[in-house]
Design a protein around this ligand. Structure first.
Ligand code: HEM
Length: 400
């Protein structure tokens, strides 16, 4: 590992966000295992190293196991009250909670819901058909996934506007550079989400249904989950189940609009859609980084680590590694090699990947069918949202 005087830009630096690969490409070529002394973490940009860390069963996710000054403590805001949800748990707890979740939330349940997901998407798109322009994020990419995940969890339709507001506030959850106001909003969103699921879980305990939350409560009664695990999993699914897919739809549509020849190919052949969604995920990943805590045994490319260091795997950099993909910065929906790290990998591989893929395929299929003249609105350029870890737009105006 090299100790370098070069500093990575702040994750929310606007120039870096405009083109992160201008930083990652030279870094990968010269210092692929980079000691970011400013933030006290190790930054990985090669696909093979990212794959190695994510698949290493000894490397840890729980930031409480970090050294006192490690970056993971800052990014996950570890204090004496910190309790990990599934995303930051290690085995054996992680395995136990994850298996309770995937028992009911999996490819089969998503396949069974596809018709309903399409109905929900159509209902949101119907009022837009008469418009000449609209903000894709505000009017479709944000309400669509939140409506789907709320229905999947069996929670109130009347709370969708609240869910969206809380989720926007929660987008700063992994931003160690959040402003004081963003931190106030974050705490507000977290508290509301917590209170909401506390109420719903109590109600559902008394009146059990066939929904996802009821099944978690049943697992709790059988001693397979604790109450904290039920509540924190509901909160995680609601949040992770919407912002990320909003960003996939926004980033993916922008890529198509900026590459009209790819858009034409997709319009001409709908069989290309699943591959196009994988390329959207690879090309402009909605989640850009995930961090781990090194164990005594952790080695990357043969390089040993002290226990407790933060290892940041840059998923977007790995996706654009020329050792993984030829011509990695090209957007090519017919790319044969579909490999990417946008859903992570190993034990914490995204539980929602089947749902995100289904939603994106349905979204793009309907957008392209309904709007044959879809284009960027030249009078209102896309506005990137300022966040760390989550990459997407706060507005993306299109003309139809
Ligand atoms: C395009 C959409 C999505 C992207 C890019 C994405 C990305 C990711 C990534 C990178 C991870 C791994 C994080 C880590 O290793 O630290 C992850 C985990 C997770 N995702 Fe997603 N996600 C998406 C959609 C969803 C959806 C729709 C849901 C739920 C409905 C969801 C729920 C989760 C959960 C619960 C985990 C934690 C899994 C574990 O710790 O075992 N995600 N996601």
């Amino acid at each position: 590992m090299n100790q370098s005087p070069v500093a990575m830009p702040s994750p929310i630096d606007p120039t870096f966000q405009d083109n992160p690969h201008a930083i990652y490409d030279p870094l990968r070529a010269t210092e692929p295992i980079f000691h970011d002394t400013k933030l006290n973490r190790v930054v990985l940009t090669r696909a093979k190293d990212v794959g190695e860390v994510l698949n290493d069963r000894e490397t840890l996710a729980d930031p409480r196991k970090s050294l006192p000054d490690a970056y993971a403590r800052r990014v996950f805001r570890v204090d004496e009250n910190f309790r990990p949800n599934m995303l930051r748990m290690d085995d054996p707890d992680h395995k136990r909670v994850r298996s309770a979740v995937v028992k009911v939330f999996n490819q089969v349940s998503v396949d069974a819901m596809k018709g309903r997901i399409e109905q929900l998407a159509n209902a949101i798109l119907n009022p837009l058909t008469d418009r000449s322009s609209f903000d894709l994020i505000e009017e479709f990419a944000r309400p669509f996934p939140v409506t789907v995940i709320a229905e999947l969890l069996g929670v109130g339709n009347d709370s969708l506007a609240d869910f969206m507001q809380w989720s926007v506030a929660l987008s700063q959850v992994f931003n160690p550079m959040a402003t004081p106001q963003e931190l106030v909003d974050l705490a507000w969103g977290q508290q509301h989400l917590k209170d909401y699921f506390r109420r719903v879980v109590d109600e559902r305990r008394a009146r059990r249904g066939t929904d996802f939350i009821s099944s978690l409560i049943t697992a709790e009664e059988k001693g397979q989950l604790t109450e904290w695990e039920v509540l924190s999993t509901c909160e995680l699914l609601l949040f992770a189940g919407n912002v990320t897919t909003t960003d996939l739809i926004g980033n993916g549509l922008l890529a198509l609009l900026q590459h009209p020849e790819q858009m034409e190919k997709l319009r001409a052949n709908s069989a290309l859609l699943p591959g196009a969604v994988e390329e959207m995920l690879r090309y402009d990943s909605p989640i850009t980084v995930t961090s781990r805590v090194s164990a005594e045994t952790t080695r990357i490319d043969g390089c040993p680590f002290h226990a407790g260091q933060t290892i940041s795997s840059m998923l977007d950099a790995a996706n654009h590694d020329p050792a993984l993909h030829e011509n990695p910065h090209a957007f090519d929906i017919e790319r044969e090699n579909k490999r990417h790290y946008s859903f992570g990998g190993g034990a914490h591989f995204c539980v929602g990947a089947p749902l995100a893929r289904a939603e994106a395929e349905i979204a793009f299929s309907l957008l392209l069918k309904r709007f044959p003249k879809l284009a960027l609105d030249p009078s209102r350029p896309p506005v990137r949202k300022i966040a760390a870890t989550f990459r997407g737009f706060s507005s993306l105006w299109v003309t139809v």
